[in-house]
Design a protein around this ligand. Structure first.
Ligand code: PGA
Length: 252
């Protein structure tokens, strides 16, 4: 069973409106719908609608959001609901990014609620997992990643589990310029598939897209994407330049 190839660009808290439109338009102008790669742009919330307008003529270029509320709607000042994201044309939403875990103290219980909201509104959650440098050094990374998968995916029914996308992002590689080697990435991605087979079943393990993230760029993407269990990338810094991002897409 072949899995989709996916490259997602997480712009984080970067760009202003004109820059967002320019970046999205430049990517849309370059991408090739015939390459079979699913491409996702993940701009800041205020720029979702304009980004959507800039990319909607491309069949393989989709919109995603960086976060969503645990709540459906109501008096939650400053929050953004999954249903709102859906109404802007979003298809995907990041859940559990390490920056949400680290700086906003979001927990597995939050991620379960966010993924529930995503499913309730027809969005695909891209659930991010990955260990810190300390956890890798003390050897707890395999168990930690297993637990991150279990605590969130374990709360869902089999038909929903099959709709998740996972992104393995070692925290020590995010924004640091230090990438996991292709051997380290392949090793952890294979571990994640083993965990999925153990917790759920072999089909789930074989079919779930697992992306790599963490200082992925146009230079290292070809080697990372060539790994048997790596299905593409979640790109931060290098997604802010259209040319770099498109070269990453071309890396398969
Ligand atoms: P980076 O970020 O590519 O800048 O390391 C990846 C991410 O956090 O998704």
């Amino acid at each position: 069973m072949s899995r989709p190839k996916i490259v997602a660009g997480n712009w984080k808290m970067n760009t202003n409106l004109p820059e967002a439109i320019q970046l999205a338009s430049a990517v849309a102008g370059r991408v090739n719908d015939a390459d079979g790669v699913v491409k996702i742009l993940i701009p800041p919330f205020p720029f979702l609608t304009e980004t959507k307008k800039a990319i909607e003529h491309k069949a393989t270029l989709h919109l995603g959001a960086q976060n969503c509320s645990t709540h459906d709607k109501g008096a939650y000042t400053g929050e953004i609901a999954a249903g709102m994201l859906k109404s802007t044309g979003c298809k995907y939403v990041l859940v559990g990014h390490s920056e949400r875990r680290q700086y906003f103290h979001e927990t597995h219980a939050d991620f379960v609620k966010k993924a529930e909201q995503a499913f309730a509104h027809g969005l695909t959650p891209i659930y991010c997992i990955g260990e810190t440098l300390e956890q890798r050094k003390n050897g707890s990374h395999y168990e930690l990643v297993k637990n991150q998968v279990k605590e969130v995916l374990g709360a869902f029914k089999p038909e929903q589990i099959g709709k998740f996308i996972l992104a393995y992002e070692p925290v020590w590689a995010i924004g640091t310029g230090e990438t996991a080697t292709s051997a380290q990435a392949q090793d952890m991605h294979a571990h994640i598939r083993m965990v999925l087979a153990e917790l759920f079943d072999k089909t789930t393990a074989q079919q779930m897209p697992v992306l790599y993230g963490g200082s992925c760029n146009a230079q290292n993407a070809p080697e990372l994407f060539a790994c048997a269990d790596v299905d593409g990338g979640l790109i931060g810094g290098a997604s802010l330049k259209a040319d770099d991002f498109c070269r990453i897409i071309d890396s398969f």
